[in-house]
Design a protein around this ligand. Sequence first.
Ligand SMILES: *Cc1c(COP(=O)(O)O)cnc(C)c1O
Length: 394
Amino acid sequence: MDLSEQKIGTATVWGGETERFLKGAVTSPIVNSVAFAYDDLDEWHAVATGKAEGYIYSRNTNPTVAVLEEKIRILESAEAATSFATGMGAISNTLFSFLTPGKRVVSLKDTYGGASRLFLDFLPKYNVNVTLCDTTDHEQLEAEIAKGCDVVYLETPTNPTLKIVDIKRLSAAAKKVGAIVAVDNTFATPINQNPLKLGADLVIHSATKFLNGHSDAMGGLLAGKKELVEKVFQFREINGASLQADPAYMIARGMKTLELRIERQNASALKIARFLKAHPKVSDVFYPGLETHPGHDIAKAQMSGFGGMMSFSLNGTYEDVKKFLPKLKLVHLAASLGSVSTLAGPPRTTSHVELTEEQRAHLGIPESLIRYSVGIENVEDLMADLGQALDSLS
Ligand SMILES: *Cc1c(COP(=O)(O)O)cnc(C)c1O
């Protein structure tokens, strides 16, 4: 079956799972074997040297992990895909594969906290030239890219203030100087946005978030041009940040309901954003689905839904945030996002906890901001919960 011909909701279920599994099993077996045995030494050698298909050792490839890799490859319309133990594994292995000493990367001030630390603390130690631009200043980004660079690293919508970056426009700028474009698509998921179709070369996911969707497994995924993905895969084999069969199974299972969950979360988040925007105790709402959001037009053009993530600030200080959050009943006050249950927290203890207060201020993240990841609960219940907690503030 050629799943690239099918709609996305079909590919989420069948991607990587069209073959008949062991003894006719209708779900992919969890193959927790470290190594794979051969009776014939010539066959073993052919597989080990990449001349025949097969499995040798699970740090490199594994049949359960391969199901997940095939699923994301189809969902992102990519030539190839590979996987990592975490989303940060995907990001760091990708950046370190292409950024050797003397190379240059152009990126955004608002990338995920972990990626931000790679740019601010680690890559410069290896003599990589890092330029971080104001996230929505497309003229500055184009000018920096035009000076010449090797990698353009983007994230949209961004974490936690949901800024929007024009993937098509910046990919075109990167192409002119021969730079590789990598996009962190964690917030949007392949249901809402396909960066490769907009001109990017590589797309990265923290599968820990929406793809798995149940806050019970970690993983990272990379999909894109074959020769680029293979280069990162070869580094990951030796770097060792490999995904194991158990979490790979959990993530592939979670992804079967991806379209259902994302459609629900898109619809609920828009309703909640409008509700918060109209509430007198809320000073600002950051959600790309709101017509008043500065990136709304770009988001509308490049996304098919606006996602389940938003952030908002209270009319008040961090002291009010400390009073408000514990009053919410239908949330986990926890790091992470993209789960079936609603999660909330201030960026200063979640996405950007790795940074200092100074670094957060430099990135334009208010200390009183609340990040809210909408789950699949009934939206009326979620709005009532937010309403009672807001009304309790004096
Ligand atoms: C969580 C997250 C990551 C890192 O993923 P881990 O699986 O925690 O390593 C990267 N990018 C974004 C946008 C994220 O939300």
